[in-house]
Design a protein around this ligand. Structure first.
Ligand SMILES: *[C@@H]1O[C@H](CO)[C@@H](O)[C@H](O)[C@H]1NC(C)=O
Length: 236
């Protein structure tokens, strides 16, 4: 972190039209400047602005303005980290929404683009995509899908597989390690009115030195399932 003794001179970014602008005001303005402009431009303008923009406090406040909330454990982990560059990068990534947080990381999740982005193994009469479910109700709004498309399997199991590479999405592994964002896994499933259905979601979470597997199974023969209806199969 830079020292506190920043000299106020004519051109140090705290003066505007000959008047000195109080620090709180400069910070307040920064709270509403797009994050990418703060990182790419503002921080290079002068030492004073750089100093303001390398304070953790500024980024924590910015996070509040953006409506993001870190858990106490994450906050603690950030405050205990000695690599300040890493902490700043993590905070800026959250503020600038560079982390694909609160987003579905699965591409073409319901088949609007056919089988694009999926590796498919067909069984029986093959897996197909329907643009509206046949023999099942409409997919509920709660599923958050922009369309009624859905993948439909046949009388023998089919499978589809997709690899999500966080690094290819532009996520710095160090930032992911320190923030440890939660990963939620779920799928909306249904059995049509005239036959039963089973589904298994198998997720392999591959880290640099550790792999974890999560399996979620759903079976319409189990008691509570009503055919035609949609269910959210989830790990929680
Ligand atoms: C601090 O973190 C940055 C950003 O992740 C990284 O590039 C750098 O190597 C780290 N420095 C140390 C001393 O570990």
């Amino acid at each position: 972190m830079m020292g506190n003794s920043i000299e106020l001179s004519e051109d140090n970014g705290s003066r505007f039209c000959g008047k000195t602008i109080p620090e709180e005001i400069v910070i307040h303005i920064f709270l509403y400047v797009p994050v990418k402009d703060l990182i790419r431009s503002a921080t290079h303008v002068c030492k004073y602005w750089h100093h303001l923009l390398t304070q953790y406090h500024f980024w924590f406040t910015r996070m509040q303005v953006e409506g993001y909330k870190l858990s106490e454990t994450t906050k603690q982990r950030l405050l205990e980290e000695t690599n300040e560059t890493l902490v700043l990068r993590a905070l800026q990534s959250v503020c600038g929404n560079y982390l694909h947080l609160n987003k579905n990381l699965i591409l073409n999740p319901s088949g609007i683009d056919g089988f694009q982005h999926w590796m498919v193994r067909h069984g029986g009469d093959k897996m197909i995509v329907e643009d509206t479910p046949t023999g099942s109700d409409l997919i509920p709004e709660e599923a958050g899908l922009p369309t009624q498309h859905c993948f439909v399997t046949s009388y023998i199991a089919s499978s589809r597989c997709q690899v999500v590479n966080l690094e290819h999405l532009g996520l710095d592994p160090c930032v992911i390690d320190i923030l440890r964002p939660e990963i939620h896994i779920s799928e909306w499933v249904s059995a049509r009115w005239d036959c039963h259905s089973k589904s298994t979601i198998a997720v392999l979470l591959k880290g640099a030195d550790d792999t974890q597997q999560v399996d979620i199974t759903w079976n319409s023969r189990t008691d509570d399932v009503i055919c035609r209806q949609w269910y959210k199969a989830t790990a929680d």
